[in-house]
Write a protein that binds this ligand. Structure first.
Ligand SMILES: *Cc1c(COP(=O)(O)O)cnc(C)c1O
Length: 395
C-alpha cells in the first residue's frame, strides 16, 4: 500500500489573524531543546521559573499560577469546572463569540447561567451588570477582557467592584490580552484568569496559563463533589507542579520551553514598552485603514490594540479577499464571526507580530487587492498615513 508521505513542507506565512500569531525567533529555537523527563529536577526547576514569570505577566502574587496543558479553551473549561458545581449560578457577560463559549461550557458544567448581553463591537456596561446582579446571588461573574471576535477591550475595575460587592468571584478571559496590554490580576481583584500561549506571547498553541486567587482556591477546597474532569482538576495539577510533585499527566515539555522563552522575551521588554508598541502599531494600522476610506468596526473608546476589525467595503466578497491575501501575499487574516460574518477582516497584531513591517505589508496588500476589485482608493495614502503615525511618535 502506498502512503502519501512527502516531506513536511509548509508555505511561508505572515500570521496576522486572531491566532496563532507568528512565533518569536527565540521561541522557535527553544523548540529544538532536547526533552527532559517531566519529573526531572531540572524540569521542575524550569516549571518554577515559568510560574514566577507568569506571576509577573499576570501581575499577581497568587500561589496557584501555572500553565495548563491545553489551549486557551482548556483554560476556560478548567476555570469553570473547578469553580462551579451543578446547580450553582453564574452571570456571563456576552458581547462576542467567546462570551458565548463561556455560556456553553458553564451549561455543560450543570450551572444555571444568566447572561448580560451587549451588541458585538461594544463594551459591557457596568450598569447592566449591576442590574443583573440584583437577581443574584451568583457564585461567579465571567467576562472576556479582550474579545478577539470583535476587537473590544473591556474595562474591568468597576465590574470587579460590583462583582465582589455581590459576594461573587470574578472570572476573566485574558487569552488575547496577556502579553499585549496589562492584565492586573491583583489590582483588579480577579479571582480566576486564563490565557493562551499562541496570541500575544508569540509561542505555539498548546499551553493555557491560569491563576487563582486565595478566595478561588478556598472555593475549590470546599467543593462538595469532585471536579468532573480529572485532567483539569486544579487540586491534582497543583500537587503535580507544586506540592508533592506527584505524577498527574506528562507535561508537554517542549511547549513549556516555548512558553518560558516567550515569557522571557516579554519580561525583557517590560509591561509598559510592550503595551506602547501594541498601541503604536494599532494606531498606524487604524490611520492607514481610515486613509483608504475603510473603518474599524469596534467602538473607538474601547478598541483593542492587538486585534483590529477592519470593515469590508460593500460589494467586496470577504472570503475571496482573504483567499487573495493568503495566495498572493502569504498573509493570513481572520474573517468575521457570528454577527460580523462577511462584514469585517480580523487583523491581529500580536506580540512579536505587532511591528511596522507587518502593518505596512498588510496595508499595501489590502490597497492593491481592493483596487483590483474596483474600489476607488487613493493609492499610497494608507502607507503615508501609517508612516506619519510612526514618524510623529517617540516610541
Ligand atoms: C483564542 C481565544 C480563546 C480560545 O483559545 P484556544 O487557544 O483557541 O482554545 C478564548 N478566548 C479568547 C478571547 C480567544 O481569543
Amino acid at each position: 500500500m502506498s502512503v502519501p508521505c512527502d516531506e513536511l513542507n509548509v508555505p511561508p506565512r505572515v500570521l496576522l489573524g486572531p491566532g496563532p500569531s507568528e512565533m518569536h525567533p527565540r521561541v522557535l529555537r527553544s523548540l529544538a531543546t532536547p526533552l527532559l523527563g517531566h519529573l526531572d529536577p531540572a524540569f521542575l526547576d524550569l516549571m518554577e521559573r515559568v510560574k514566577e514569570l507568569l506571576r509577573w505577566a499576570f501581575q499577581t502574587q497568587n500561589r496557584l499560577t501555572f500553565p495548563l496543558s491545553g489551549t486557551g479553551t482548556a483554560g476556560m473549561e478548567a476555570c469553570l469546572c473547578n469553580l462551579l458545581e451543578p446547580g450553582e449560578r453564574i452571570l456571563v457577560c456576552v458581547n462576542g463569540y467567546f462570551g458565548n463559549r463561556i455560556v456553553d461550557i458553564a451549561e455543560r458544567c450543570g450551572a444555571e447561567v444568566m447572561r448580560v448581553d451587549r451588541e458585538w463591537g461594544k463594551a459591557i456596561d457596568p450598569g447592566s451588570v449591576a442590574e443583573a446582579l440584583k437577581t443574584g446571588p451568583f457564585k461567579v461573574v465571567a467576562i472576556v477582557h479582550a474579545e478577539t471576535s470583535t476587537g473590544v477591550l473591556q474595562p474591568l475595575e468597576e465590574i470587579s467592584h460590583l462583582t465582589h460587592e455581590s459576594g461573587a468571584l470574578l472570572l476573566v478571559d485574558a487569552v488575547t490580552s496577556l502579553g499585549g496590554v496589562p492584565v492586573k490580576v491583583d489590582e483588579w481583584s480577579i479571582d480566576a484568569v486564563y490565557s493562551g500561549s499562541q496570541k500575544c506571547l508569540s509561542a505555539p498553541p498548546g499551553m493555557a496559563p491560569v491563576s487563582f486567587s486565595e478566595a478561588a482556591v478556598e472555593t475549590i477546597r470546599q467543593r462538595k463533589r469532585k471536579v468532573q474532569s480529572f485532567y483539569l482538576d486544579m487540586t491534582l495539577i497543583d500537587q503535580y507542579y507544586g506540592t508533592t510533585r506527584a505524577y498527574h499527566h506528562t507535561a508537554p515539555i517542549s511547549m513549556v520551553y516555548a512558553l518560558y522563552e516567550g515569557l522571557r522575551v516579554a519580561h525583557e521588554e517590560g509591561h509598559d514598552l510592550r503595551a506602547a508598541r501594541h498601541r503604536l502599531n494599532h494606531l498606524a494600522l487604524a490611520a492607514g485603514v481610515e486613509a483608504m476610506g475603510l473603518a474599524l468596526h469596534s467602538e473607538k473608546e474601547h478598541r483593542l490594540w492587538m486585534l483590529n476589525t477592519v470593515t469590508v467595503p460593500e460589494g467586496v466578497d470577504d472570503v475571496d479577499l482573504r483567499k487573495s491575501l493568503l495566495q498572493d501575499y502569504g498573509i493570513e487574516v481572520g474573517g468575521g464571526l457570528g454577527d460580523l460574518k462577511g462584514k469585517v477582516l480580523r487583523v491581529g497584531l500580536m506580540g512579536y507580530g505587532s511591528n511596522r513591517r507587518n502593518v505596512l505589508l498588510f496595508l499595501s496588500a489590502l490597497e492593491a487587492l481592493l483596487s483590483q476589485r474596483g474600489c476607488k482608493i487613493n493609492r499610497g495614502a494608507a502607507a503615508a498615513a501609517a508612516t506619519g503615525v510612526y514618524t510623529s511618535s517617540s516610541v
